[in-house]
Design a protein. Structure first.
Length: 107
């Protein structure tokens, strides 16, 4: 009796096998802001054009897939969590008795 287990079962929960709904909302809002800026601002200089396209580029960079993580947004959040959280790990193994102190009696 052999069972076939797919290597990545979570991929079926994603849209197109890559994106979460939040990722698409984030990228869609960046593209929407870019389109809004393109209609409101005159694209006469290169600097203005780059600034107008910047929201779509930034949100596109955040949702691009990365190996071993879901996307760049997750990589950045993991880095922030690593640097903010405690890095001094306290030993709580099988030989530690918390709150107990063994008094040696000298008589």
């Amino acid at each position: 009796m052999n069972y076939l287990i797919p290597a990545n079962t979570k991929k079926g929960l994603l849209i197109l096998g890559i994106f979460r709904p939040f990722d698409l909302i984030l990228f869609g809002s960046g593209v929407l802001v870019t389109l809004l800026f393109m209609t409101l601002l005159p694209l006469t200089s290169t600097l203005v054009t780059v600034l107008v396209i910047l929201p779509a580029l930034i949100t596109g960079f955040l949702v691009v897939p990365v190996p071993y993580y879901h996307n760049m947004l997750n990589v950045i959040l993991e880095l922030i969590e690593f640097f903010i959280n405690q890095r001094h790990y306290k030993w709580k193994g099988w030989c530690v008795r918390i709150g107990e102190r063994k008094e040696s009696s000298k008589k």
